[in-house]
Design a protein around this ligand. Sequence first.
Ligand code: GUN
Length: 286
Amino acid sequence: MSILIDGKAHAARLREEIGRQVGRLRQHDLITPGLAVILVGEDPASQVYVRNKATQAREAGMSSFEYRLADSVPQIQLLDLIERLNCDPEVHGILVQLPLPPQVDEARVIQAICPAKDIDGFHPINVGNIATGGYGMVPCTPLGCLTLLKFQLGDLSGKRAVVLGRSNIVGKPMASLLLKEHCTVTVAHSRTRQLEEVCRQADILVAAVGRPCLVKEDWIKPGATVIDVGINRIEADGRTRLVGDVDFEGARKVAGALTPVPGGVGPMTIACLLLNTLEATCRQHD
Ligand code: GUN
């Protein structure tokens, strides 16, 4: 049986530490970190994520500014709002929840966010800085995964890591971060040949493809550390259930350590968003 990596507990400890640092900033420097979250449309999953982000920011002592725009919002209106937030000294971090409706050009929106306030780490300047080994805001989900991996394994140097998925939000930045930690990194995806065999090579397997229970027991090298980023809603026995990209029951027979869904990577993502907001605040007041 593998060790369960308790992301919920790690995230709670991280949020407590962030809360202490926010308290000090407010008391000694009279600065309150401010997080602005923009949600376009009514997607139920996005509404839950955005609500959780805002609630946890307030619980950590930050100011939270929420903007809900109609699904039909013209792109120019969204860009105008971002420009206002870029100039607002009370806002230190800006997050536009993705995905966006088709009339809005996602790349254009991301590029409109001031890189210093881009706490998602999606702006090309931050992506480029991370990829070239410099300082940049690190996307929250990969940062959460890396934090759990380092806690579990310590030094990652020389380990074989397979990242399953090549999204801009998780797969690609995860690969950059693991490379920076001196792993030997393979990015696998839907067109990868002999996918199972590639996964079986991994000392570290990060699954981020959005396919429920894709990774089976026999895809995993015995003793490997498995990080499951997937959050998939499935109907089972007349109920909606959350499952990851990894077949949990199978995987826990072979993996050395494994993150559950829910309670693994998800809570770490939001904690890392707060960490990025705190860091952005400190840098803006440096
Ligand atoms: N949609 C799914 N994950 C994310 C994320 O990490 N940030 C943003 N802005 N949108 C998302």
